[in-house]
Design a protein around this ligand. Structure first.
Ligand code: GRF
Length: 198
């Protein structure tokens, strides 16, 4: 049984997709051990509580220095003996020590077809604003392993989504979530849990 931790910062719709996939059997051999957020008011923590999953906040505001926060985050994660860490909208730069210690055990969902519209500063709505500004006809989402870089680790799955006439960043974001993110992230977790992806 794969011990999974999910790191979140916002609304948690990707977390919800994972929770639903476990409940429906789309994800097998995996247990959501903990949801950790850097934001006390992240609705994703509510989603965890509503589904009897341990919900923990490690907030930078509670620590004097970034190093102290990083250590608290590491210690919290280590305490759950996780086999897989899922970044689902986690807007914190991971400490290099964490990505090294959990090498090939951290995956991330990014709302574009990497290597387009990714890297430092490309997160949330900005990704879709840039895609619309560039006039792309197709965008999508990517699940990848996390390494020391930003959105640079080995790609696991990608799913393309059509850009439609009149799309705003918000409309496009929702379509990318519904048609791509909420499908490929649970699939990646299931395939890792069942040894299909090493
Ligand atoms: C999603 O757009 C995801 O692609 C990005 O952050 C957002 C998280 O949304 N990594 P949610 O908190 O899962 O709703």
């Amino acid at each position: 049984m794969l011990r999974v931790g999910v790191l979140v910062s916002g609304g948690g719709t990707n977390l919800q997709a994972i929770i639903d996939a476990v409940a429906s059997g789309k994800i097998t051999n995996a247990k959501l051990e903990v949801v950790i957020s850097n934001k006390k008011d992240a609705y994703a923590l509510e989603r965890a509580k509503n589904n009897n999953i341990e919900a923990v906040c490690v907030s930078p505001k509670d620590y004097e220095t970034r190093d102290e926060f990083n250590k608290a985050l590491m210690d919290t994660i280590d305490g759950y003996n996780l086999d897989l860490i899922v970044l689902a909208g986690f807007l914190v730069v991971l400490p290099a020590e964490l990505t090294r210690k959990y090498a090939r055990k951290i995956i991330n969902i990014h709302p574009s077809l990497i290597p387009s519209f990714c890297g430092d500063g490309f997160y949330g709505l900005k990704v879709h604003e840039e895609a619309l500004k560039r006039g792309v006809k197709v965008t999508g989402a990517t699940v990848h392993f996390v390494d020391e870089g930003t959105d640079t680790g080995p790609i696991i799955f990608q799913k393309a989504v059509e850009v439609e006439e009149g799309d705003t960043p918000e409309i496009l974001q929702k379509r990318v979530m519904e048609q791509a993110e909420w499908i490929i992230l649970p699939k990646a977790i299931n395939d890792i849990a069942n040894g299909i992806i090493k």
